[in-house]
Design a protein around this ligand. Structure first.
Ligand SMILES: Cc1cc2nc3c(=O)[nH]c(=O)nc-3n(C[C@H](O)[C@H](O)[C@H](O)COP(=O)(O)O)c2cc1C
Length: 336
């Protein structure tokens, strides 16, 4: 029998991809997940001491982090390339050059067209996973030559397009629309979510928030504690121009929504966002008043485990979860 398509493609043991997280998924987390048989992904700014708008410094910091990862593990890992739009691509241009020079095995490409970098990355021998939030976009990514698509459902933490397709609806639509392997994420916190994702047609899973709350994540302890304490409907999707961002509910989300609804000027909104960004929560520890990107699965997160143990626990729970599912499905057909 052929193996899992994502494991074969990426040369990993478990099709568990730790999603890239700005300021959060630094070398320690990436190495722990990859070393445990999943695929860790380096996120923007993760491991950086401060904010920089210097294009060259941004790329050189990524290079340093890649070299740190290599000191910690020999296993395959990924680097996030946030394509950006218009002028913004000046950052990703340099990051792509570093990723190619450093012979990074996998690129997780998000926020932008698959046409921009796929060919360049693939020519350099890098596997390309492209994040999408509609089946149409998945088809375009396949046509551009990506190796696999990543579905980001509405439940997902962080920024995505304006579409509100949930993981439950999006995953089978994408699985029907493409022939290449499908990874899905948004709201997955444990083995039940993984089993559901596979049932919907995914070959692998993409998990951000759950890995944010692990010992190796670079998130400030106050952020991790806030998520552990959060329950139920603890996140909110906020509109940010051409994007939606899913965040943990706190004073930042309340104030931001008031500002948004008051019709404040763009300049006022931008100033507010810059003064309350993830740099302020994830790095400086202002969990109450700054933005914390976080997915709906937060309500299921109750502990701060070692990231490698988490990978092993999720993989280990799949057999028992699947056995329970088989029983429930068998009962589905039982006549009264
Ligand atoms: C704190 C945080 C930061 C994120 N930063 C990025 C980022 O820099 N680039 C990116 O492509 N996605 C980013 N995301 C989105 C994740 O890569 C992924 O889509 C999401 O975490 C999956 O949903 P989940 O959080 O419910 O597991 C971020 C998510 C979180 C929670």
């Amino acid at each position: 029998m052929k193996g899992n398509r994502i494991c074969e493609l990426l040369n990993i043991r478990y099709p568990i991809i730790q999603a890239p997280m700005n300021w959060v998924s630094g070398p320690a987390l990436v190495a722990a997940v990859s070393g445990a048989g999943g695929l860790g992904t380096l996120g923007p700014n993760a491991g950086s001491p401060d904010i920089t708008y210097d294009v060259d410094l941004t790329a050189e910091r990524i290079r340093e982090r890649i070299q740190e990862i290599r000191k910690l593990t020999d296993a395959p890992f990924a680097v996030n390339i946030v394509v950006g739009f218009g002028e913004d691509t000046k950052y990703s241009e340099k990051v792509v050059a570093v990723v190619i020079e450093e012979k990074v095995p996998v690129a997780v490409v998000s926020v932008g067209s698959p046409k921009v970098y796929t060919e360049r990355l693939k020519t350099a021998g890098i596997k390309v996973l492209h994040a999408v939030s509609t089946a149409e976009h998945a088809g375009k990514a396949q046509a551009a030559g990506v190796d696999a698509v990543i579905c980001e459902g509405y439940e997902a933490g962080g920024h995505k397009g304006l579409t509100e397709l949930t993981t439950f609806a999006l995953t089978p639509m994408v699985a029907d629309a493409v022939n290449i392997p499908v990874i899905t994420g948004g709201g997955i916190s444990d083995a039940r979510g993984v089993i559901a994702a596979m049932a919907l047609g995914a070959d692998g899973v993409y998990m951000g928030s759950r890995f944010m709350v692990t010992r190796q994540s670079a998130s400030h302890e106050s952020v991790k504690s806030a998520i552990v304490e959060a329950r139920d409907a603890c996140t909110v999707s906020i509109p940010k121009g051409k994007m939606l961002a899913r965040d943990l509910k706190n004073r930042f989300t309340e104030e931001y929504m008031k500002l948004h609804e008051s019709g404040a000027s763009l300049e006022t909104v931008i100033n507010f966002l810059e003064g309350h960004s993830q740099y302020h929560s994830q790095l400086l520890g202002n969990a109450a008043e700054a933005e914390i990107c976080c997915g709906q699965g937060a309500g299921l997160i109750r502990d701060i485990p070692d990231a490698a143990d988490l990978v092993a626990a999720i993989a280990g729970d799949i057999s028992a979860g699947f056995a329970a599912l088989e029983k429930r499905l068998a009962n589905f057909f039982q006549q009264p």
